[in-house]
Design a protein around this ligand. Structure first.
Ligand code: HDE
Length: 711
């Protein structure tokens, strides 16, 4: 097209003074040489015409339009360049103030047990129906470009596209929260985000402002116990639990209410990392969790979670020794058992990260008939916040029309216009009541959303109920319910975090609170910090009470011994024994593991039988931190060579330190020795595949005291 246009004046001028360094024959009109066609041969297939956003076909997507020959100035007239750059300039939208970094997937939810006795919600009563879902997992504190494995709470947000509208269950992987009242949320978040004057640390709670806030806000203590547990350093997104956190209501056809708490249980079971491993993963693979979820779905290894509920009446709630409206409290499973009612399976990675994962807008206020809110003051604040933040994040009131946010059932009302209106409403009626148009939408009492007729008759006031005043009993319950090893991890996590706090009085104040939680814990943390004496405990409004312990709150005991969802790395070099590699791979894959080959060069290794085994990862870029168990199959010469390769020595040192099973053959012993690996039940012969597979299904917890000084 452009070549047919007459030569612009400026070009004609420059054509008289051609740039001799490039070509004397520089054409006077737009030049299509080098328009990139020659670069694009490899893709094959048939490609649609590249156009501008106005549909104008583009002839050259490599060169801007210049006047005065190839080295002349670019013309403002170049509407193709301007449109392309302008669009690019606006490609970013504000990231979420919290939960900015996330990964998501499409899937379905299938109800297996009807709750029709308690609710009219079709999503909770129609057994066997597959409801589409979109689920986004996130870290909380870091920015969108931060890493996947900091110590942090994980968001677990599910959008159910039900036939009665979208229901968003916007939860976390921890069943309680830091604060009780929405009024404190901006303070909490400001304190944990990077400090405002220095703009660090990124994606970390280990700094003064966060612990300052904690030390002055005792209601955080229960959540702090969870945050310091291995729950916040998960192995993968596929192995986290999810919780709706707040108490919600289910409503039957007569408007009767039953309280409900929602839980997601990963079918793979819970798995966590150890802290040193989580730290090193930040260097090994920023996208560790995102990549794991992506690869699992691409491989057809679809992650799944059971949805379970805890149901209880108002009378039962009144008898609890805590307030079910307080989001810093959980309801022990031993008190109200969980009932599994369905399963969510994630089976499709989004086609486009921005369009779906970034633009998805969850809102706890998106709720369907038959489910209702409770008076939890944290929940009530959330009902306002999400829509409000999305108005600025997504630029206007029509973001519900973005495909990932739009309901999959018909929706109609008289809301009109606004930025980015994508629909073209027909007719003259955009109001109600109206009598002019037969198909204008009307409300209906039968199908419409009904609220629970809650009666609240107290006085107005900015108050916190007395029933919210016990900040330590459940913190104690959680800590004391953990296994010994988990308690040691928690104490060590507290020591790590507080060691990053520069201000002595903040460290002391936190340890003071810990005395209310558990005297032994406080002492261990004080010792770990090198304190000479225990700081005083602050006055507690309500002293901690001992509650019956809840073993269901542990995770190490509850981890499934399995290779499903786990990855085994095999380190090879030229001369590695082909039979051993083959047998290890076969055994690990038979048990459900993914196997990856690591070699000094990506081209792989020439094995003992002369075959070449390509590597999935180059040794220097594939540390053992990314695997759950490792094997080394090396010839004597290969082993000797790798003792001089720091990446190989670190490979075994870290695998050992991270409590992983290690299989090694004769040739690999030299590397084990160089890495300081001491024989134990988790260090096995590479030819004893059975023993290795058994050990690879779990971590070698008994090894931990030998490799780490835990608090
Ligand atoms: Fe959120 N939260 N939150 N939150 N939250 C947001 O909404 C907020 C809370 C949770 O993958 C924001 O669209 C307030 C508890 C998840 O897109 C914002 C309060 C729980 C996600 C917001 C809370 C959550 C968010 C930021 C206290 C667990 C990510 C961007 C009153 C039950 C959803 C956005 C996704 C996101 C506000 C407390 C979970 C600012 C005011 C408790 C999983 O609206």
């Amino acid at each position: 097209m452009a070549s047919k246009s007459p030569a612009p004046k400026s070009s004609r001028v420059s054509a008289r003074q051609p740039d001799t360094r490039i070509s004397k024959a520089a054409p006077a009109t737009a030049d299509l040489r080098g328009n990139g066609d020659e670069l694009q041969q490899q893709a094959g297939g048939s490609h649609p015409q590249l156009t501008t956003n106005q549909g104008i076909p583009v002839a050259d997507n490599q060169n801007s339009l210049k006047s005065g020959g190839p080295r002349g100035p670019t013309l403002l007239e170049d509407f193709i360049l301007r449109e392309k750059i302008t669009h690019f300039d606006h490609e970013r939208i504000p990231e979420r103030i919290v939960h900015a970094r996330g990964s998501a997937a499409h899937g379905t939810f299938e109800l297996t047990q009807s709750l029709s006795q308690y609710t009219t919600a079709r999503i909770l009563t129609e057994v066997g129906v597959k409801t589409p879902v979109f689920t986004r997992f996130s870290t909380v504190a870091g920015g969108a470009g931060s890493v996947d494995t900091p110590r942090d709470v994980r968001g677990f947000a599910v959008k159910f596209y039900t036939p009665e509208g979208n229901w968003d269950l916007v939860g976390n992987n921890i069943p309680v929260f830091f604060i009780q009242d929405a009024m404190k949320f901006p303070d909490l978040v400001h304190s944990v985000k990077m400090e405002p004057d220095r703009a660090f640390p990124q994606a970390a709670s280990a700094h003064d402002t966060f612990w300052d806030f904690v030390s002055l806000t005792p209601e955080t203590m229960h959540m702090i116990m969870w945050a310091m547990s291995d729950r916040t350093i998960p192995r993968s997104l596929r192995t986290i639990e999810g919780f709706g956190v707040h108490t919600f209501r289910l409503l039957d056809a007569d408007g009767n209410s039953t309280f409900v708490k929602f839980h997601w249980r990963p079918v793979l079971g819970i798995q966590s990392t150890v802290w040193d491993e989580a730290l090193k993963l930040q260097a090994a693979d920023n996208d560790f969790h995102r990549r794991d979820l992506f690869e699992a779905i691409q491989n057809g290894d679809f992650p799944a979670w059971d949805l379970a509920v805890q149901l209880f009446t108002e009378d039962e709630a009144d008898a609890f020794p805590f307030d079910h409206l307080d989001a810093t409290k959980l309801i022990p499973e031993e008190l109200v058992p969980l009932q599994v009612i369905g399963r969510m399976t994630l089976d499709r990675w989004p086609d486009n990260f921005f369009a779906e994962t970034e633009q998805v807008a969850y809102c706890p206020a998106n709720i369907v008939p038959g489910i209702d809110f409770s008076n939890d003051p944290l929940l009530q604040g959330r009902l306002f916040s999400y829509l409000d933040t999305q108005l600025s994040r997504l630029g206007g009131p029509n973001f519900h029309q973005i495909p990932v946010n739009a309901p999959k059932c018909p929706f109609a009302n008289n809301q009109r216009d606004g930025h980015m209106q994508m629909q073209i409403p027909k007719g003259r009626v955009n109001y109600e009541p109206s009598s002019l148009q037969a198909d204008s939408p009307r409300a209906s009492r039968e199908a419409g959303y009904r609220h629970h007729a809650t009666v609240d008759d107290g006085a107005k006031g900015r108050v916190r109920p007395d029933s919210f005043a016990d900040h330590y009993s459940q913190a104690r319950l959680f800590f004391r319910s953990q296994s010994e090893i988990e308690q040691a991890h928690m104490a060590s996590a507290l020591v790590f975090e507080l060691s990053k706090v520069e201000t002595a009085h903040v460290r002391e104040a936190v340890v003071g609170h810990l005395r209310h939680v558990d005297a032994d814990l406080a002492q261990r943390v004080a010792d770990g910090l090198g304190m000479d004496a225990l700081p005083p405990a602050p006055e507690a409004r309500v002293e901690a009470k001992d509650m019956p312990l809840s073993p269901a709150l542990r995770i190490i005991d509850r981890m499934r011994d399995t290779l499903q969802g786990r990855c085994v790395g095999i380190l090879v070099h030229d001369g590695s024994d082909a039979g051993t590699v083959k047998a290890l791979r076969k055994a690990a894959e038979a048990d459900g593991a993914t196997v990856k080959i690591v070699a000094p060069k990506l081209g792989g290794a020439k094995l003992s039988d002369g075959t070449r085994l390509p590597a999935d990862g180059q040794l220097a870029g594939t540390p053992s931190t990314v695997f759950d168990a490792v094997a080394l199959v090396l010839s004597a010469d290969g082993g000797r060579q790798l003792t001089r390769e720091a990446a190989a020595v670190d490979w075994v040192r870290d695998a050992f330190g991270h409590l992983k099973a290690i299989a090694a053959d004769e040739g690999a012993q030299a590397v084990l020795k160089a890495g300081g690996v001491k024989p134990d039940g988790g260090v096995l012969s590479a030819t004893d595949t059975k023993a290795f597979i058994a050990a690879a299904k779990t971590r070698q917890w008994a090894r931990e005291p030998k490799v780490r000084m835990l608090a």
